[in-house]
Design a protein around this ligand. Structure first.
Ligand SMILES: [Zn+2]
Ligand SMILES: [Zn+2]
Length: 295
């Protein structure tokens, strides 16, 4: 079986406080377990609590942890310096992710721990930390991890993890390519144009997944004000999920302006949209501590 647990469900910046208690205030971090493999998507502030939990569970038993970073914006890496298993020399930590625009992934992670920003340098953590730029399919035990470049103002990857029977896709921070690459105000291109092709490829990437962890950072009205920021309106994410015929859609990476009441409403709207599009997708609002088991 696969077990998925959410440790950080917020996008952009941590938003603790009474109005975000239920969905959570920590930024992006999701844990996936399959047999004895532990995979982690993103190292936002949620990874701190995951780290404490792992140390409590495994005590001094050595761990191998595979962390797949979608991209290196703060909300996806800022928790790493507080991920205490990465300080234990018994543990192996392998960080995967895309290269930066003009810097290597390793360099970017080093810079966030430069002494002007943080008291401990990356090189002073466990000697068994490895940084791998993702260029090909990755194998972790019985798991195969494929990637897809998303439409975001950074090099940003989605990951599709499968054990051959169960599939989970982690794809936050994604704006439909057709949202930004179609000429604004000009005539619409034909259905065979490049942005449409890329969105179709994304649907193919999601196809038949047991769980699609996606984002709907904006309502359609908000999106009109924030086109080009690299995030999806609810309508697109739901449409992609329905077209790809995924079993479950977990909406995560919530906007810092959306409090619990607002998010309750968005999840209800997502369910209505799924019915409107004639889909059978089960939709969930991801909250800190939420666990999904794929038998
Ligand atoms: Zn983000
Ligand atoms: Zn980002």
């Amino acid at each position: 079986m696969m077990k998925v647990r959410f440790w950080g469900t917020r996008g952009s910046i941590a938003t603790p406080g009474p109005s975000t208690m239920r969905y959570g205030g920590n930024t992006s971090c999701v844990e996936l377990r399959s047999d004895d493999q532990i995979i982690i998507f993103d190292a936002g502030t949620g990874i701190r609590e995951l780290g404490n939990h792992l140390l409590q569970e495994f005590k001094s038993r050595p761990l191998t942890l595979h962390i797949f970073i979608s991209h290196t914006h703060w909300d996806h890496i800022q928790g790493f310096p507080f991920f205490f298993p990465a300080y234990e020399s018994l543990n192996n930590v392998i960080l995967y992710g895309p290269p930066g625009r003009d810097k290597s992934l390793e360099r970017i992670l080093q810079i966030q721990m430069d002494s002007d920003y943080f008291p401990v340098e990356l090189g002073d953590m466990s000697p068994h930390i490895e940084v791998c730029e993702v260029r090909d399919t990755v194998k972790v035990g019985n798991l195969t991890i494929e990637h897809f470049y998303l439409n975001h103002p950074a090099m940003c990857l989605a990951y599709r993890v499968t054990d051959g029977r169960r599939t989970v896709v982690y794809a936050t921070d994604n704006e439909p390519y057709t949202g930004t690459l179609h000429p604004v105000g000009g005539k619409k291109l034909k259905a065979t144009d490049f942005p449409t092709y890329l969105d179709e490829k994304f649907v193919e990437f999601l196809s038949q997944a047991d769980l699609y962890i996606g984002e709907a950072q904006y309502t359609q009205a908000e999106y009109e004000e924030k086109r080009g920021w690299g995030h999806s309106p609810l309508e697109s994410t739901v449409q992609f999920a329905v077209q790809a015929n995924v079993k479950r859609l977990a909406l995560s990476h919530h906007d810092p302006l959306h409090d619990d009441t607002f998010l309750d409403r968005m999840i209800q709207d997502a369910k209505k949209l799924i019915a409107f599009y004639g889909g059978k997708v089960e939709c969930l609002g991801a909250h800190e501590g939420m666990e999904i088991v794929i038998p």
